[in-house]
Design a protein around this ligand. Structure first.
Ligand code: PLP
Length: 434
């Protein structure tokens, strides 16, 4: 067993890496590099796992694909076909969903700073609901709904004060957070009062999102407990019973062989049982529970393929292997030191004995894909390098720094492949220049 093959959709044939059963170096020849590959069968299987897990709840739940993980037309089409709803955080994501023909009543609008234009645009396009983050937004939605003569459904985003024991940079449920109404500060209570008093708002219930790259169900169970206690208090004080409870996203995926193998279905079953117990304990009618996975829908469905341009050996210091992409298609190591499994896609049969740092082609010393990687000593210009688990927060965080065109997204499905997002051309880079 080759422990570098960290996901079921990775394999090996002779010296070549396989992804979703297909030859990675051959795909690199066919489509060019840098190249984002996405395993559509894996994405669909993950969607089904999630959906069937929440459909088994006492009151069937809802899965929203957190589209910020990877937002492009075909991804919204796949999510819609698999019966998922979708989270968006901007007019751009919402417009992409709309253009993909996504049922807009199943699109929910997040973000900690929605402009008046965003709010009006989303209402015009029939957004399902807004997850309200702050008082300014509460007032803006009330005002815009009033101007439009409608009543807008909302959830309130609460901050339960839980540290999910992950990276600080992606821990959003703590008290010190730009997101949501603090529960300990009294802001949450005040938001409920204002929402209930607003004639053009319809309060559906509550939302919280505690963090990201979470492997432990405990985080979700604890936030559900805290939110139920709050909901019970709100019911006794204001006579308001919530119909919806959204526990956010955050399930982890494997970046390294040492990461746990997640069992999403088992964890969601635990959440379901816990919700049942809370409903009984508080004598509370079961709300519709929703979850918002992003990373765990697309993360390990993605693989990035590069071509090596140079190998620089600085004796007693470091070896650099430079690839034809970089922080423009993968900013995550530069941003928060994210770990990756890096594979020699055309030298899988050779021993990996060269300790090196894999860097990109951008004019930034911080343009590092991954330090301290082991690759074959024979690695040279023209070789293909694959970086695993790049389906989430790679394409969606990509930039044109140094005027590098963004790579295409090629979907792999049932042994075939097709382009879902074409490679940017040099002329695409000039499109907005006057
Ligand atoms: C980012 C985010 C998600 C998705 O998180 P993942 O870790 O990708 O599952 C879900 N909900 C909210 C509010 C988010 O900000």
């Amino acid at each position: 067993m080759d422990e570098r093959l960290i996901a079921e959709n990775l394999g090996r044939s002779g010296s070549h890496l396989l992804f979703a059963g297909q030859d990675v170096p051959a795909l690199a020849v066919q489509y060019g590099t840098p190249l984002y590959l996405m395993d559509e069968d894996c994405i669909r299987a993950r969607c089904r796992t999630y959906r069937s897990a929440v459909e088994a709840f006492a009151r069937p739940g809802r899965i929203l694909y957190a589209s910020k993980a990877a937002a492009f037309l075909q991804m919204f089409r796949i999510a819609a076909e698999e019966g998922l709803s979708a989270d968006v955080v901007s007019a751009g994501e919402l417009y992409t969903a709309y253009k993909a023909g996504f049922p807009m009543e199943n699109v929910w609008f997040h973000s900690s700073n929605k402009t008046d234009e965003d709010i009006a645009f989303a209402m015009e396009h029939g957004v399902g609901l807004f997850i309200v983050d702050n008082f300014e937004e509460l007032e803006a939605i009330e005002r815009i709904a009033s101007e439009r003569g409608t009543r807008q459904r909302i959830l309130l985003r609460l901050t339960p004060g839980i540290d999910p024991h992950t990276f600080d940079a992606v821990a959003t449920g703590k008290v010190d957070s730009k997101f949501g109404f603090g529960m300990e500060t009294g802001a949450a209570d005040q938001a409920v009062r204002r929402a209930l008093a607003a004639p053009h708002l319809l309060l559906g219930g509550f939302h919280c999102h505690v963090g990201s790259q979470v492997f432990d169900s405990d985080v979700f169970l604890r936030s559900a407990s805290i939110l139920f206690a709050f909901m019970a208090k709100v019911r006794s004080q204001y006579g308001y019973t919530a119909d919806q409870l959204d526990l956010g996203g955050g399930y982890g995926v494997r970046y390294l062989a040492g990461d746990p193998i997640p069992d999403y279905a088992a964890s969601i079953r635990e959440i379901g049982a816990h919700i049942d117990a809370l409903c009984q304990g508080f004598d509370y009618p079961a709300p519709e529970i929703s979850l918002e996975p992003g990373r765990s829908i697309v993360g390990d469905a993605g693989l990035t393929v590069y071509t090596v341009g140079m190998v620089k050996r600085i004796p007693n210091v470091r070896n650099y292997v430079s690839v034809d992409g970089g922080m423009t298609d993968n900013i995550r190591y530069a941003l928060y030191g994210a770990p990756y499994t890096v594979l020699p896609a055309n030298r899988m049969d050779e021993a990996s004995e060269m300790l090196c740092t894999v860097v990109g082609r951008c004019c930034e010393s911080g343009d590092v894909i991954q330090p301290d990687v082991m690759l074959p000593d024979s690695t040279c210009r023209g070789d293909r390098i694959a970086v695993c688990t790049t389906g989430a927060y790679h394409y969606s965080m990509a930039s044109n720094y140094n005027r590098l065109p963004r790579p295409p997204i090629v979907m792999l499905r049932g042994g075939t492949s097709y382009v879902a997002v074409r490679r940017e051309s040099l002329d695409d880079l000039l499109q907005c220049d006057q």
